[in-house]
Design a protein around this ligand. Sequence first.
Ligand code: GRF
Length: 213
Amino acid sequence: MISIVVLISGRGSNLRAILDADLPVRIAAVISNNPAAAGLALARARGVPTEVVDHRAFASRPAFDERLAERVDARRPDLIVLAGFMRILTDAFIARYRGRIINIHPSLLPAFPGLDTHARALAEGVKIHGCTVHFVTPQLDHGPIIIQAAVPVFAADTEQTLAARVLAQEHRAYPAAIRWFAQGKLKVEGQKVLNTDADARFEQALLSPVDAP
Ligand code: GRF
């Protein structure tokens, strides 16, 4: 069983999916930069230790990241899981956890890195959208891809309806990625993730509403 620390900033629905997934992991702590994050109450309710490192209390990004790293290290995690963590991390922070920090992003990377992905997808008229779980590297939203889930975009979609359709897939994709990591199935070679789980052949590309082999 590996130990993970989950970093959040808000609602915590991905955290809930991870908690509910019965993964071979121990959640050593949930840490938020935002004291008002709803995910903190969820973690507490499930008996998971929580901490707040409020970025507003720090004069600079490096100072915040140093304290965050100190608090993460205190929990000795094997893996750091960014689940709606809305702060850009310094290169130093990312380098410290190279190969053992992952993120979920609400687009099919490398399309739409950054914010407002659903609005941008609608504005571009794409017909397929989705989410990506990837290893974190210094280039924002660009690390080796572990799993992606695709959803259709409909003419009647609003940012909200599209976000909800993608979010449902996030809740499938993130537990799958964490399970593979915990089982030692993921090998990173350059920009590519090799998955040694034979059953993962199709599961690394989730399609909704129909999962096609
Ligand atoms: C998700 O859409 C995630 O992809 C993005 O932020 C959102 C977090 O949602 N990075 P939640 O806090 O997990 O509900």
